[in-house]
Design a protein around this ligand. Structure first.
Ligand code: ATP
Ligand code: MG
Ligand code: MG
Ligand code: MG
Length: 477
């Protein structure tokens, strides 16, 4: 089942059940507290919190998401992308727990011929918040799940709250069992890669207060209007339905991985660390493409810095695969072709995106080799001195002169078994910022001084006559 088909089935299923289909919002979230859209619910927050009345009682979407917090997992677990798509269905004071569970079960287990995903019920497990007896009884009644396939877990995985007084509630998550080849038979609670979380159902049910932390608060009442927020990972269902091992091998991602393998002359599946690199490349190229198509450009700050980090990590991963030359000109078109059916704008806007990507790659390639030698020397020196941390000024030099995002230096140091003197690095960064600010202030005052020339404006357009009338010119000035 192609990713596009899984997406279409989702939207049709919920549209047929009275949900308004809402297009994906931008990856650049409207919420000033969020760098990116990290979940399907983000664009609906004002309705879910009741700040703005919802214009519809039910909605559904396939939302583009970026989670840089998962960057370290990429390529190492089968299921974490920095970019992914979250299919969501939402109820604003309309159906609640029973409705959400019934829909989820129906879509997952009804046959492909009936428009469903055709999962075998015996491959599915669920988790519920440990005190949520209501959810357990619904799962038993609606899905006929036996006790042993419903696991009770604690707040850290099975509760949603924002960490401030307001709405909160338990979650129930649905997992797919990949079978004994992937781990022991202990259910999702074992937390290994055998059980893949595919869908999270959030029951926004309570009003909380006395909030000490995200998971430490007092329930002060039931919400007058209870909401449903769910999120199903499109790539996760895709990799299971496509019979591949992980989300980097699905139709929307695999072509980039293959291109990276071809360019490097190495075979995917031959070496574990090379495989991780190829998966990282496939993921990061796609995330960069999607970010640029939503208007983010590489820079040294904020969103642009995250994008820069993704691109520079890609360049480095290619280098570790033995490729020193520019490859974005091959990798980005591969990602474009895999994504354009779902997001036509990546094709129509491609020449602009490619220009940004190629320029970023060129800049970094120019300094990567020199920077890597500096780092290697510093690593060797640190080791001879039997120190555990690379000096902060090396990290700063790499950042400032060679364009190494600090996270990249941290990763490279870590690969050599070292840490980085982060405190010294941060101090140097702070000093640089202070200098830059002072510079900007003095530049401003220079500009302000220019106002002394304003009387000359009254003279109207001036013609430079200095070549012939040097005397006159110098007198005017
Ligand atoms: P996990 O425990 O596997 O990290 P999560 O609990 O952090 O997932 P949720 O916040 O519940 O994920 O998001 C809802 C759904 O979105 C998940 O059930 C999963 O299918 C999908 N999802 C979450 N994070 C990612 C990711 N980084 N890449 C791909 N899909 C994801
Ligand atoms: Mg997670
Ligand atoms: Mg989880
Ligand atoms: Mg979850």
């Amino acid at each position: 089942m192609q990713t596009a088909d899984i997406r279409r089935r989702w939207l049709e299923f919920f549209a047929e059940r009275g949900h308004t289909v809402v297009p994906s919002a931008s990856l650049v979230s409207d919420d000033p507290t969020l760098m990116f859209t990290v979940a399907g619910m983000v664009p609906f927050v004002p309705y879910l919190t009741g700040v703005v009345p919802a214009p519809y009682p039910r909605a559904t979407s396939v939302q583009k998401c970026i989670r840089t917090s998962d960057i370290e997992e990429v390529g190492r677990t089968p299921r974490h992308g920095t970019f992914f798509q979250m299919n969501g269905n939402f109820s604003f004071g309309d159906y609640f727990k029973e409705g959400a569970i019934t829909y989820a079960w129906e879509l997952l287990t009804s046959s492909e011929a009936d428009g469903g995903y055709g999962f075998d019920p015996k491959d599915l497990w669920v988790t519920v918040y440990k005190d949520d007896d209501e959810a357990i009884s619904i799962w038993k009644r609606v899905a006929g799940l036996p006790d042993e396939r419903i696991q009770r877990l604690d707040k850290d995985t099975n509760y949603w709250s924002t960490g401030v007084p307001g709405p909160a509630g338990p979650c129930s998550e649905i997992f797919f069992d990949r079978g004994p080849a992937y781990g022991i038979d202990g259910g999702p609670a074992t937390d290994d890669d055998r059980y893949v979380e595919i869908w999270n159902l959030v029951f926004m049910q309570y009003l909380i207060d006395d909030v000490r932390s995200k998971y430490d608060f007092r329930i002060v009442g039931e919400l007058p209007k209870k909401n449903i927020d769910t999120g199903m990972g499109l790539e996760r269902v895709a990799f299971i339905k496509q019979g591949v091992d992980n989300m980097y091998e699905i139709d929307q991602v695999r072509p980039v991985l293959d291109r990276a393998a071809e360019l490097s002359g190495r075979r995917y599946g031959a070496d574990h660390e090379d495989d991780v690199r190829m998966r990282v490349i496939a993921d990061h190229v796609r995330s960069s493409l999607m970010l640029m198509s939503d208007g983010v450009a590489p820079s040294n700050e904020g969103r642009g810095y995250i994008l820069r980090r993704l691109m520079r990590r890609t360049v480095r991963a290619m280098r570790l695969l033995g490729v020193d030359t520019a490859t974005f000109g091959e990798l980005f078109p591969a990602s474009r072709d895999a994504m354009k059916a779902a997001y036509p704008e990546v094709a129509t806007d491609f020449s602009r995106i490619a220009q940004l990507a190629n320029a970023e790659e060129e800049t970094f390639l120019r300094t990567l080799t020199a920077g890597t030698s500096i780092l290697d020397l510093a690593v060797a020196k640190t080791k001879t001195e039997k120190a555990a941390a690379l000096p902060g000024d090396t990290a700063f030099l790499l950042h400032d002169t060679y364009g190494f995002p600090i996270e990249l230096t941290l990763e490279m140091a870590d690969e050599a078994g070292l840490t980085v003197d982060r405190t010294a690095f941060d101090e140097l960064m702070l000093a640089q910022r202070t200098r830059a600010k002072a510079d900007a202030r003095s530049k401003k005052s220079v500009l302000a001084d220019l106002t002394v020339y304003s009387p000359f404006r009254a003279l109207g357009e001036t013609v430079f006559t200095g070549y012939t009338e040097l005397q006159t010119q110098s007198r005017v000035l």
